[in-house]
Design a protein around this ligand. Structure first.
Ligand code: ADP
Ligand code: MG
Length: 242
């Protein structure tokens, strides 16, 4: 088996607010290899977002270790961490987090602006990322001119434009109807076939069916970790359509 891209070992997360301690994660170990499509499931409050925040290097474990792409996250300084996050990770959110009154193309270009990529190259790469998610004809549209599913595809293009190894998505279909959710899951499956690792949080069993592995979290612990034959989603719309 390939070296894990993500390896958390015995990770605990304790939040302290005043005198109250919340054990959000109670000792989680998880290895994810390149190309896996993992759905993390669990009831509200079970620790899914806490785990995702740690995987995304947005938060640090209280105890335990996290190796991302072979590197100890706790041992990296701020710059190294920022660089590793940029190189390795792409993020997709439930609420899309797109800039309003800003075109799809510019939204997707944003991560490249932060990285100092020149305008011409930015346009080219952002256009290619939007074509990849089937929105090649919608470059000038603002979020308000796009459906929810299309907005989420713009957000996925924004995550892809930096050529990440892993996409982390917290409830990416939470605001979408079921047909659109299936489309988005089909898109994630396609990215998976192209070698991108996808880790997705959902509380919906029908969404988890599209993943190749389902990890169930309960009260801050992994209770199940199952590999499965993913349900096949209809292929996403081709570039230029929809
Ligand atoms: P999920 O995403 O599965 O709904 P979370 O990871 O958000 O669960 O939360 C797990 C537990 O940790 C919950 O009891 C929640 O209230 C608590 N929690 C989450 N974030 C914080 C925080 N920043 N401060 C204190 N408690 C928190
Ligand atoms: Mg959550």
């Amino acid at each position: 088996m390939a070296d894990p891209l993500i390896a958390v070992h015995d990770v605990q997360k304790i939040y302290k607010t005043g005198d109250v301690e919340v054990h959000a994660l109670g000792g989680v170990s998880l290895e994810i290899v390149p190309g896996e499509f993992v759905a993390i499931m669990g009831a509200s409050g079970s620790g899914k977002s806490t785990l995702m925040n740690i995987l995304g290097c947005l938060d640090r474990p209280t105890l335990g270790t996290y190796m991302l792409a072979g590197r100890h996250v706790a041992k990296m300084n701020r710059d190294e961490l920022a660089e590793t996050r940029n190189e390795v990770l792409g993020f997709v959110f439930q609420n899309f987090n797109l800039l309003a009154r800003t075109s799809a193309l510019e939204n997707v270009e944003l991560p490249l602006i932060y990285r100092g990529v020149r305008a011409k190259e930015r346009h080219r790469r952002a256009g290619a990322a939007l074509a990849r998610v089937g929105l090649g004809q919608r470059l000038d549209h603002t979020p308000a001119q796009l459906s929810g599913g299309q907005q989420q595809r713009v957000a996925i293009a924004r995550a892809l434009v930096g050529e990440p190894k892993v996409i982390l998505a917290d409830e990416p279909t939470g605001n979408l109807d079921s047909r659109t959710s299936t489309e988005v899951m089909g898109l994630f499956q396609e990215l998976g076939s192209a070698g991108i690792t996808v880790v997705l949080v959902t509380h919906e069993p029908d969404i988890a069916e599209y993943a190749s592995r389902v990890v169930v979290v309960k009260d801050g612990l992994i209770r199940e970790d199952t590999r499965q034959t993913p349900r096949v989603a209809a292929p996403p719309p081709k570039a230029g359509e929809s």
